[in-house]
Design a protein around this ligand. Structure first.
Ligand code: ZN
Length: 582
C-alpha cells in the first residue's frame, strides 16, 4: 500500500511520470510545499531544520508513522530543500530551476520508488547503479523509498550495502508504516524520525485553510466530523474534503453522512450514550438512520467499536490519556460519556460488537443483526452486578469497622430447586433476572463455577454481622437473593423451607436486624424488605425496577453478561445470536 495517492511526481513503471489530471492537480494543490505547512509534526520538522541549518544532512533517513501523516510529503520537501539553489532558511524557494523541476515532476535528481511494487533485489541493484552517478543538475541525488518494509530480505541486504558506504552526493529517505519490519541493520544506519498521528484540531484547522484557499465554505460540524473520523491521518481527511468540495455550500452534517454512507464517530458516541441510558428505542433509531443513508452495517459496528475503544482508554488511563488522539470538543464529549461508564461495561460492549461483526460476515439479514446487537448494547446495563451498583453508591464517611468476612461458600439447599442460587452471584443480582425454567437445554445454561465471593461485599459483611447476633437468621439469609431496587432499598427474595423458618423471616425484628447490619457496614440507611417465595408464589415482576422490562420474546434467553463470557467457548451463543434469521 502506497503512502500517497497517485501523484505526478511519482515515476511510473516505464520511468515516465503518469499523465496529469484534474484530480492530481487538486491533490497537489492541497499538499504542503514547505515545512511550515506540514501539519502536526513539529518535532520532526525541528530535527530536519537542525540538519539543514548546519548544512549536515545525513545520508539516510527513515520516516516512520501511520498512513497519511505526512511522511512522503515531508520527504519531497526535504528532497527539494537539499537541492534548492536559493534555500530560505530551511524552506525550498519553490522558484529556482531545481525546485520547479521537482514541483513539476521532471527532476532528474530526485527519485521515488514504491517499494510495495519494486521490492526485488534487481530493483535495488538498479537503484545502486543510479546512486553511483553524480547529480545531473542539483547538488544531491535523493532517493525516496516508500513503504520500504515491503522489501524482500535480499533487497534489504542489497540496500544495506549502499547504506554502509553511501556516496557523498546521495541522500536516502526511507518511509514506512511498519517500522518493526525494517531490519535493525538498516535502521541503525538511518536517522529515524517518528511521525505522530495528527490531532483533530490540527486537522480541522488544516481543512478550514484549504476551504478558505479554495474559496469554499463548509459547515464546521462537517469538518469536525471528518477530523474525528480519520484517526489522525491528514491525507484521509483531505481526500474526504476533496470529495465534498464541489458540493460545499449545500452540505450539512446530515448530507455529509448520506454522501459518505456512514454515520460517523460523533453519531456512534451519541448511540453509546443512549445505550448507557438503556434507551432501546434510540438504539434502534440508529439502525434506522444507518439504513436510510445506506451505511454498511459492519462498518457501523466498526465505528461504534472504535469509539468504545476511545472510551475504554479514557476510563483505563484517565482523561489526559495519550493513548488516543482525540482533542478539543470531541475529547470533552468522549470524557463526559466515559465518566458514566466502567471498564467492565465497555468490555462487555466491545466483546458484543466484535462477535456481531464476525457473525455479520456469514449472515444475510444484516439489518436484523445490527438491530439485535444494538438492542443488546442498550440492555447491557440490566446485567450490572451488585458490586457495581454498590460501587456507584455514595462512599461511606469512614471505613467499615467490621472485619471483612471470610469467603462464604453457598450451602446447598435442603430441597434441590433448580433456581436456588448463591447469594452473591453477581448475575442473579440483575433486577429483572428470572430463574430459567427447567428444560432439556438447561444444563448448558447452568452458571459456570464461580470464584469465591469477594469478602469486601457489603452484603456478605452484613450477613457476618447478623450471624453474630442471630446465627439461624444468617443461615436463612445466606440462601436469599439480594436485589437492589434503588441505591438505598434492598429486596431479599427468600424461600423458607419450613414453617419455623417462615415465621422467623416474617418477624419484624429480623428485617430490622439486617437493616442495622447494612447501616453498620455501609454507613447509611437502607430500606430492607423480605419477599417470601414458594412454588405457588413465584418472584414478582420487578415493576418498580429502574431498568426497562424484558420483552417477552426474550424469555429464557441467557443473560447477556453470561453469554459474552461464553462467547468463545459454547455453541449456545452462536445459536442464540443467529436465531432471528433461522
Ligand atoms: Zn529552490
Amino acid at each position: 500500500m502506497s503512502d500517497d495517492p497517485p501523484d505526478p511526481e511519482k515515476v511510473g513503471d516505464e520511468g515516465r511520470p503518469p499523465s496529469n489530471s484534474a484530480y492530481h492537480a487538486l491533490a497537489r494543490r492541497f499538499r504542503p510545499q514547505t515545512f511550515a505547512e506540514v501539519v502536526g509534526q513539529a518535532q520532526v520538522v525541528q530535527t530536519i531544520s537542525g540538519f539543514l541549518r548546519q548544512g549536515r544532512v545525513p545520508h539516510a533517513f527513515l520516516f516512520s508513522g501511520s498512513r497519511g501523516v505526512g511522511k512522503t510529503t515531508s520527504a519531497r520537501i526535504l528532497a527539494r530543500a537539499v537541492n534548492c539553489e536559493n534555500l530560505q532558511d530551511i524552506e525550498p524557494c519553490g522558484a529556482c530551476p531545481s525546485c520547479l523541476d521537482s514541483l513539476e515532476g521532471r527532476s532528474v535528481d530526485i527519485f521515488e520508488l514504491d517499494a510495495a511494487s519494486n521490492n526485488s533485489v534487481e530493483d535495488v541493484r538498479a537503484l545502486r547503479e543510479q546512486a553511483s552517478f553524480a547529480p545531473l543538475k542539483g547538488k544531491k541525488r535523493v532517493f525516496i523509498l516508500d513503504e520500504v518494509h515491503m522489501f524482500s530480505k535480499a533487497a534489504f541486504n542489497a540496500l544495506l550495502k549502499i547504506l554502509e558506504e553511501p556516496p557523498d552526493h546521495v541522500v536516502f529517505i526511507l518511509a514506512t508504516t511498519e517500522l518493526h519490519k525494517v531490519p535493525d541493520t538498516v535502521r541503525s544506519r538511518c536517522s529515524v524520525l517518528p511521525f505522530r498521528r495528527i490531532g483533530e484540531s490540527a486537522i480541522q484547522e488544516r481543512l478550514a485553510q484549504i476551504c478558505a484557499r479554495e474559496g469554499k465554505e463548509i459547515a464546521p460540524e462537517v469538518l469536525a466530523e471528518i477530523a474525528a473520523s480519520c484517526m489522525g491521518g491528514l491525507r484521509d481527511a483531505e481526500t474526504a474534503l476533496e470529495r465534498i468540495l464541489p458540493l460545499a455550500e449545500e452540505l450539512d452534517l446530515e448530507g455529509f453522512r448520506r454522501l459518505e454512507g456512514r454515520l460517523g464517530f460523533q453519531r456512534a458516541l451519541g448511540l453509546i450514550g443512549d445505550c448507557l441510558e438503556g434507551d432501546v428505542g434510540a438504539a434502534l433509531r440508529y439502525a434506522q438512520e444507518a439504513s436510510e443513508i445506506g451505511a454498511e452495517e459492519r462498518e457501523c459496528l466498526g465505528e461504534i467499536l472504535s469509539v468504545c475503544r476511545f472510551l475504554f482508554c479514557i476510563v483505563a488511563d484517565g482523561e489526559e490519556t495519550l493513548l488516543i488522539e482525540a482533542e478539543g470538543e470531541w475529547r470533552d464529549r468522549l470524557v463526559s460519556v466515559a465518566n458514566k461508564t466502567s471498564l467492565a461495561y465497555l468490555d462487555g460492549m466491545m466483546q458484543c460488537l466484535i462477535l456481531a461483526r464476525d457473525r455479520m460476515r456469514r449472515f444475510d439479514d444484516r439489518r436484523v443483526l445490527l438491530e439485535l446487537t444494538l438492542t443488546r448494547l442498550a440492555r447491557l446495563g440490566e446485567t450490572r452486578s451488585l458490586q457495581e451498583l454498590l460501587e456507584q453508591a455514595p462512599a461511606p464517611s469512614r471505613a467499615p469497622t467490621v472485619r471483612p468476612a471470610e469467603p462464604t461458600p453457598f450451602p446447598p439447599t435442603s430441597s434441590s430447586r433448580p433456581d436456588s442460587r448463591g447469594p452473591v452471584d453477581p448475575r442473579t443480582a440483575a433486577p429483572a433476572q428470572k430463574p430459567s425454567p427447567p428444560s432439556a437445554g438447561k444444563a448448558k445454561e447452568e452458571p459456570a463455577p464461580q470464584a469465591p465471593p469477594t469478602p469486601t461485599d457489603p452484603w456478605l459483611q452484613a450477613l457476618e454481622w447478623v450471624g453474630k447476633k442471630k446465627p439461624l437468621l444468617r443461615t436463612l439469609l445466606v440462601r436469599g437473593k439480594p436485589i437492589w431496587e434503588k441505591q438505598a432499598a434492598l429486596r431479599v427474595e427468600l424461600r423458607p423451607t419450613g414453617r419455623l423458618d417462615r415465621q422467623l423471616l416474617q418477624r419484624e425484628d429480623s428485617a430490622r436486624l439486617l437493616q442495622a447490619a447494612l447501616r453498620e457496614v455501609m454507613k447509611r440507611d437502607v430500606e430492607v424488605r423480605f419477599v417470601l417465595l414458594d412454588e405457588a408464589n413465584p418472584p414478582p415482576p420487578s415493576t418498580d425496577s429502574p431498568a426497562p422490562k424484558k420483552p417477552p420474546s426474550d424469555e429464557g434467553l441467557p443473560e447477556l453478561g453470561r453469554e459474552i463470557k461464553k462467547t468463545f467457548g459454547a455453541n449456545l451463543v452462536d445459536r442464540r445470536l443467529e436465531e432471528p434469521g433461522a
